[in-house]
Design a protein around this ligand. Structure first.
Ligand code: SF4
Length: 331
């Protein structure tokens, strides 16, 4: 038997004596290989265990912090077939078992009739997980193709149609919450998109009433980092459905902003987290929105104010130049 023929091993399990070489007792090199492999397997299992705990903790925390799910809720989990929505459903199913409150889940997928959409993949997966589900079939692809001239981006009409359908389905199913699979990186990307192209300081909320006023939209993955979702999807082997079946390009501006923040993160690790934390830590008196702070009526009171103006703000993180910088400046 060659090494390639060996049956798969579980983590930490040592192979039978002589299995590697196929001839009698294993040599020293074989024993070392197996020891290395066992150590690597153990480390991988440990990492996955940590990832699982982190994901469940972060989703549970977001749900609690924003009171996303309440006792008796029926949560409609929107499933696109991408890694994020699979992970959201997976984690919510686990949390449902341990939660101190009772809530139900119903998975919903919108089959938009895109060419090549593998219609059986999601139902098969959902049946295998024992989840209640509903597949809504609406040929939005044909509508979009008919109304949008060739070469123009179709995403904005497509998303509008999808939103309207999902809101309607939520009502028909009696869902009290609509859960979407946006994560921390989506929320930060949206903040910059709105700043760069909409001149607004506006992100993506973890929980908000929908624009038709009839639904409450929640984002249980709000605290989750995208790279963790990529690893979880690989580990859980979700049957991912590609998202480019419609042939449309992903929004180019979103792609560029995402590349920008990922590049920052590479150069300055922790930057995305800092931006994300800042989204929940807004000092309205230090912005310029007259709707949020009464600048016109600001008067000196003679009483020191902790959040008052300090005349010359120090830029946090660069207040004190490093010795190296001082030396460079003095040259
Ligand atoms: S990529 Fe295709 S399916 Fe997705 S929003 Fe755009 S047009 Fe719709």
């Amino acid at each position: 038997m060659s090494e390639l023929d060996l049956p798969p091993r579980s983590h930490g399990e040592l192979p039978p004596e002589g299995a590697a070489s196929g001839f009698g007792r294993p040599g020293t090199a074989d024993v070392l290989d197996f020891a290395d492999q066992a150590a690597a397997d153990k480390k991988a299992a440990h990492e996955i265990n940590k990832l699982s705990k982190r994901l469940h903790r972060q989703v549970g925390q977001a749900i609690t912090d924003f009171n996303m799910i309440e006792d008796g809720d029926k949560v409609m989990v929107c499933l696109s077939g991408g890694k994020d929505s699979y992970a959201m459903l997976d984690i919510l199913l686990n949390l449902q078992q341990r939660a101190p409150i009772k809530f139900s889940l119903v998975a919903v997928n919108l089959d938009q009739k895109q060419p090549g959409f593998p219609a059986e993949v999601l139902p098969n997966y959902l049946r295998s997980r024992g989840v209640d589900f509903h597949i809504e079939t609406q040929d939005t692809y044909a509508i979009v193709k008919r109304l949008i001239p060739e070469g123009k981006t179709t995403c904005s009409l497509c998303s509008r149609l999808r939103r309207g359908i999902l809101y309607r389905v939520a009502g028909e199913l009696g869902a009290t919450k609509i859960a979407l699979g946006h994560h921390r990186d989506d929320m930060v990307t949206t903040l910059f998109l709105n700043m760069f192209f909409g001149s607004r300081l506006k992100g993506m909320p973890p929980k908000l009433v929908s624009d038709d006023g009839r639904n409450v939209v929640i984002r249980p993955l709000a605290y989750v980092k995208e790279p963790d979702l990529v690893r979880w999807a690989e580990h859980r082997e979700f049957p991912i459905i590609p998202c480019n079946l419609c042939g449309s390009q992903e929004n180019l501006q979103r792609v560029q902003v995402k590349a920008m923040i990922n590049e920052w993160e590479k150069r300055y690790p922790g930057r995305i987290d800092n931006i994300f934390t800042a989204m929940g830590n807004i000092v309205t008196s230090h912005m310029m929105d007259k709707k949020l702070y009464p600048f016109e009526t600001a008067r000196a009171t003679g009483v020191p104010e902790a959040g008052g103006d300090i005349a010359f703000d120090e830029d946090e993180g660069c207040a004190t130049p490093s010795p190296a910088a001082v030396i460079t400046l003095q040259r």
